[in-house]
Design a protein around this ligand. Structure first.
Ligand code: CP
Length: 310
């Protein structure tokens, strides 16, 4: 029992056994979450700090719930309103939090690589809750877990990732995770939002979204990350929606039903229309539900505890 890594920094560092172990542990926690009392006391002697330098709804709440449902104590830090504005460094900020007898750090940071940098300077385990445009490992784990739940296995399944691949940490972590689990991956979207050499990661590139959807079993649709685009990469959101947005008419024109996923937050009417986001083919809220069990599993396995107490 236990992962091959001390931290969960990226999917790139995990092996297939780690991922399978996280999924099997999440299966157990998912059962716990169906009970009237959705809690185990396994981590009652553990304190976890959620250190967020960038905005979040799903990831932050999901981690906090996962920690509470494992019986851990939690503290939450947001960069806004903190002493970061007075010039305090990342290492000083985290070392001050750890000095208050905190055992584990969950961190989201706008700088790609920040969790790896921190891991070289502190002893506590770190879970990357999203770093810049690099990785978002727990999102990729919950996405793959949700596909496994729907289709039984990832092996040989065809997944299309559509949208702003260039700026998406979800895309990169998904590609690593899906490849490790034996799925086939296509990326699709405007050429300006797809990195030039992405095929080197073992994915297909299909600029025509309709063709990419015809090919796949599952479409994971990503948001346009305007906050990370420092020059125009397409003309208007309206034109993006027209050529790359997914609507019900497009889905109905496919020969078979595909599964629709989105990590959130959705820009309704841009990458995804409401008639798709809220359709029976969508598993978007199921992804969010699975996120808590996956994060419980990751925290539990990194904590080194031996048994899931009843
Ligand atoms: N999927 C995701 O990371 O959402 P948040 O930014 O709301 O955490």
């Amino acid at each position: 029992m236990g992962l091959s890594v001390k931290h969960l920094l990226g999917i790139k560092e995990l092996n297939v056994q780690d991922i399978e172990q996280i999924f099997q542990t999440a299966d157990n926690f998912k059962q716990v979450l169906q009970r009237p009392i959705k809690k185990v006391p396994t981590l009652r002697d553990t304190t976890i700090a959620n250190v967020f330098f960038e905005n979040s709804t799903r990831t932050r709440l999901s981690f906090e719930l996962a920690e509470k449902r494992l019986g851990a104590d939690t503290v939450n830090f947001s960069a806004s309103g903190s002493s970061v504005s007075k010039g305090e460094t990342l290492i000083d900020t985290v070392n001050n939090i750890l000095a208050m007898k905190v055992d584990m750090i969950v961190m989201r940071h706008m700088a790609s690589g920040a969790p790896w940098f921190l891991a070289n300077h502190i002893d506590a385990s770190i879970i990357n809750a999203g770093d810049g445009t690099n990785e978002h490992p727990t999102q990729a784990l919950l996405d793959a877990y949700s596909i496994r739940e729907k289709l039984g296995s990832l092996k040989g399944k065809r997944i299309t990732i559509v949208g702003d691949i260039m700026h998406s940490r979800v895309a990169l972590s998904n590609i690593y995770c899906l490849n490790k689990l034996g799925a086939e991956v296509t990326v699709s979207g405007p050429p300006t939002l797809i990195p030039k050499h992405i095929a080197a990661l073992g994915v297909r590139v299909e600029y025509n979204v309709k063709k990419a959807l015809e090919w796949c079993d599952v479409a994971n649709v990503l948001r346009i990350q305007l906050e990370r685009q420092h020059k125009p990469l397409f003309s208007t959101l309206r034109e993006y929606a027209l050529y790359y947005g997914i609507n019900k008419q497009m889905l109905d024109s496919l020969e078979r039903d595909i599964i629709i996923m989105h990590p959130g937050p959705i820009n309704r009417g841009v990458e995804l229309n409401s008639d798709v986001a809220d359709s029976r083919q969508s598993i978007i809220l199921g992804q969010v539900e699975n996120g808590v069990a996956i994060r419980m599993a990751v925290i539990y396995l990194l904590s080194g505890k031996r048994e899931i107490s009843e």
